[in-house]
Design a protein around this ligand. Structure first.
Ligand SMILES: Nc1ncnc2c1ncn2[C@@H]1O[C@H](COP(=O)(O)OP(=O)(O)O)[C@@H](O)[C@H]1O
Ligand SMILES: [Mg+2]
Length: 252
């Protein structure tokens, strides 16, 4: 095991594109390959990983930010075989966390050991909190779909991260597509825009097919990958997980 975990963020310009759903399933797929995975719910104001997984945590990042809990104290095991640092939802102070508190949580994440990969599931958009968690990650996975506004928002996120923080290490997952062909077309489109206007290429992590299995699994608080392991969607998550594993092998 690498001593320092690989830290990744799952992020998007536009909201509701499937970040949390993808995070859970990719984490479960990675955990199936015997890796120690931690997911941190970094959508601080609107956290919902605990709900998607049907768990009711007694402590959350709120206790880390405002109480005397350490990050290690709030981590719980999940049915997906990965660990979770849950956050709380509907708490205004968490949605508007002060810079020092964000820095404190970031440094606690940085100091964690015993994990191969830490995945930060962020909120949408280019707010300071989202940018800060993206900055903590060594690679940002952007979830996009075919909607034009989703593509333009993703481009805005990439542009800000590049121009403000000199970030050029992004990987794309194309969600809710009808086929791999459609996903590659969407990826090629956003990649050509980045190459033309920002001067670098994006990495392609894979795609996720559009399937009611997503909605069903969220409704029943199950993990699609484990609930329907033979589905095309589960195969998509395993492919993405394999691609992510290859980054881990190359990580310094
Ligand atoms: N591949 C997919 N096929 C069908 N529906 C999907 C897919 N991915 C996500 N969804 C739906 O999109 C909604 C938003 O997903 P979520 O992960 O909460 O988005 P985000 O975290 O980006 O806000 C969910 O209700 C889910 O059912
Ligand atoms: Mg989410």
């Amino acid at each position: 095991m690498n001593e320092r975990p690989l830290i990744l963020s799952v992020t998007s310009g536009k909201g509701g594109v499937g970040k949390t759903f993808a995070t859970i399933n990719v984490a479960a797929a990675l955990a199936r390959t015997r890796k120690k995975i931690l997911v941190v719910d970094c959508d601080l104001g609107l956290a919902n990983i605990d709900i998607m997984l049907g768990i009711n945590p007694s402590h959350t990042l709120q206790d880390v930010a405002f109480g005397n809990k350490k990050l290690q104290d709030i981590i719980v095991a999940t049915a997906g075989g990965f660990d979770l640092a849950p956050s709380s939802s509907g708490v205004k102070d968490m949605a508007q966390l002060l810079f020092e508190k964000i820095e404190m949580i970031k440094s606690m994440i940085r100091e964690l050991s015993g994990y191969d990969i830490i995945i930060l599931d962020t909120g949408a958009g280019i707010s300071e909190v989202v940018l800060q968690f993206n900055l903590l990650a060594s690679k940002n996975i952007l979830i996009i779909n075919k909607e034009l506004t989703c593509l333009t928002d993703a481009y805005s996120m990439i542009k800000v991260m590049f121009q403000v923080f000199e970030r050029d290490n992004f990987s794309i997952i194309v969600n809710t597509v009808a086929s791999e062909k459609e996903a590659v077309k969407i990826f090629t489109h956003i990649n050509s825009i980045c190459r033309r206007f920002l001067g670098f290429d994006l990495d392609y992590a894979g795609y996720i097919i559009q399937d009611d299995l997503a909605t069903r699994s969220i409704l029943t608080q199950k993990i699609a990958l484990l609930d329907a392991p033979e589905s095309e969607m589960a195969r998509n998550f395993r492919t993405i997980s394999n691609n992510i594993s290859s980054w881990q092998n190359n990580h310094p």
